[in-house]
Write a protein that binds this ligand. Sequence first.
Ligand code: PMP
Length: 426
Amino acid sequence: MHYSEMSKQQLLAEYQSLEKNYQDILSQGLSLDLSRGKPGAEQLNMIDGLLTCLDREACFSDSGFDCRNYGMMEGVPEARKLFGDLLGIPAENIFVAGNSSLTLMYDTMARCMLYGTATEGSKPWCRMEKVKFLCPAPGYDRHFLISESMGIEMITVPMSETGPDMDMIEELVANDASIKGIWCNPKYSNPDGYIYSDETVERLASMKTAAPDFRIFWDNAYVVHALYGQHDDLADIFALCEKHGNPDRVFYFASTSKITYPGAGVAVMAMSKANLDHAKSILTVQTISYDKLNQLRHVRYFGTAQNVETIMQKQAAILRPRFAVVQETLERDLGDKGFARWTNPKGGYFVSLYVMPGTAKRTYALAKDAGVVLTKAGATYPYGIDPEDSNLRIAPTYPSMQDLTAAMNVLTVCARLAALEKLLAE
Ligand code: PMP
């Protein structure tokens, strides 16, 4: 029965029974974690071949270049081709870097702030009185942290199943030259699992911006992370920006963090030639070259983009039951209560749960006291402030099935208790 249809007495009875459940849970002294978007050990063990695929002979690129040494700042050609094939972008536009796309994003933003961009006449953004960024939310907390730490003002843009609110974005960017860019996580978005529609991508690529050096930070972290075999298509922002005469608008990021080893994978960036030349001219100051042996390890292990897809299918088989537990528990415990909704992603690493507005922080606190750690309520919004206090991010990949099941059971009790506390106080 929907909580909104219950009498005060019924709500109180429900509250008392759940409170008893909660006390039981407290007495179990649980220690569970739903906050970490990390692969589980079974996924990591599946790619052991990556640890042994390199010997001395394999350290030479096809052209005979000795990758044990400095050089090839933009990456080993074979790695540029592999990632180009995977992303559907010409290899000449691919820059293969170190172990983290987050570092690439941070560095890219830092370059814009300190040096400006490749766009003619572009000044260092930090010289402007104000720099603003559009932040579709809920989104990835570390995007927001990069902006915040550099003093960039964040404008929250609501997300929907087709991507961010494009009417709002077009209006804002057309009239405000201090809006220099937007954060996008376009496929199986963190935390909702949404995919930007073709129309959204085309509008982003073609919209008129008051800032000539406007940049889209396109973080396609979950590009090949389909859960149910069939890939969900995402329009090609790279080609669309070119088509609409804005080839320099997009900085495209991806990594193998959730394909191979988080923290020991390979990060890539795709850029127009002008952006690539500009980045390289500044990067030369920062580094002589990245870890090409790790790039080669990935090339030797996978061989082709198709083989990457095959590994991802095997990983998906491990992840599907976990996502299923999340859906089943939410449906079973919250489905008929009418106060919560949640997403059912077809890929990626997260599920978004929207509890009764005004109760996400309380749900988080109740779960924490009961030994279940969630990503902090609010973390998915700029400045850590969820205007509705409703969104919670669930990361089902890392715990064992048993722990995940136990943690989900606790979470739904906490979400209901928090909702009932609010209703009974009204
Ligand atoms: N982008 C998104 C959307 C992510 O969810 C994550 C990891 N949780 C990252 C980037 C970080 O990737 P990397 O390990 O390559 O820095």
